[in-house]
Design a protein around this ligand. Structure first.
Ligand SMILES: [N-]=[N+]=N[C@@H]1[C@H](O)[C@@H](CO)O[C@H]1n1ccc(=O)[nH]c1=O
Length: 250
């Protein structure tokens, strides 16, 4: 199992601060990454104190485990279950998220859907951020990971809508043919959603019906995150002023 993520602690000799870690779960093609994009856009805008917010999004798909030769053959025939929890490198997900929570800079591989493996030469560097979004079909399945989130969102989109989005995406972007996409959906994606993903909805703090089209829900979520960050900034300011030595002459 190649531990392809690399995290190191000191940025200019100091640990970064703990980011606000948000888990975004939901079925395949439910709009998870679009919800993340909307949240990043709204948070990334100039904030009250005019400080640019650092908001990053990480995909759980970057943590698909390495496949054996036999598994790759099955994957190429659409006979490998990528929707099962065992397809992910749980330990690596946990250690990487813990490093990110400690404010460490991390390098995370990009997943190659066409060749069913992570691109070892294509890493994304995640710098200490104010807000980190971690999106994927099973981000709430593993308790050790679920318990790391400050906020948990479940994107709840109808399964027929998700299938309608998934078919063209898999054909156009992931080089599949229609039969393979439908076979994979009926044999793996749909059963695994019902068995492993849908039951994790109960862990969500906010369930977002209709996904990224639900602008009211996204605004409420962004407002909550802004308040958290503003409160943290106030606390940091007040503690830092208290910490300053008393410079007034006796
Ligand atoms: N097949 N299938 N389902 C999974 C899952 O629904 C989705 C997770 O984002 O990506 C799909 N997935 C994952 C790895 C891969 O190599 N190919 C692929 O299509």
């Amino acid at each position: 199992m190649s531990d392809m993520t690399k995290c190191n602690g000191k940025i200019n000799g100091i640990e970064g601060k703990t980011p606000f870690l948000i888990g975004v779960a939901g079925g395949t093609a439910s709009g998870k990454s679009t919800v993340c994009k909307r949240i990043m856009e709204k948070l990334g805008q100039v904030d009250m104190d005019n400080a640019q917010r650092q908001v990053v999004c990480i995909s759980q798909d970057s943590f698909y485990r390495d496949l054996s030769k036999e598994e790759i053959v099955k994957a190429e025939k659409g006979q490998f279950n990528f929707d099962h929890p065992d397809a992910f490198n749980e330990k690596l997900m946990e250690t990487t998220l813990r490093d990110i929570l400690e404010g460490r800079k991390c390098e995370i591989p990009v997943y190659d859907y066409k060749n069913h493996k992570i691109r070892k030469d294509d890493m994304v560097t995640i710098y200490p951020a104010d807000v980190v979004l971690f999106e994927g079909i099973l981000v709430f399945y593993f308790p050790e990971i679920r318990n790391l989130f400050h906020m948990k969102l479940f994107v709840d989109t109808d399964s027929d809508t998700r299938l309608a989005r998934r078919v063209p995406r898999d054909i156009n972007e992931r080089g599949r043919d229609l039969d393979q996409v439908l076979h994979q959906y009926m044999n793996f994606v749909k059963p695994a959603f019902e068995e492993f993903c849908s039951p994790t909805k109960k862990f969500a703090d906010v369930i977002i019906p209709r996904g990224a089209d639900n602008l009211v829900a996204i605004d409420l979520i962004v407002q909550h995150i802004r308040e958290f960050l503003a409160n943290r900034q106030r606390t940091e300011k007040s503690t830092s002023t208290k910490a300053e030595p008393n410079t007034s002459s006796p």
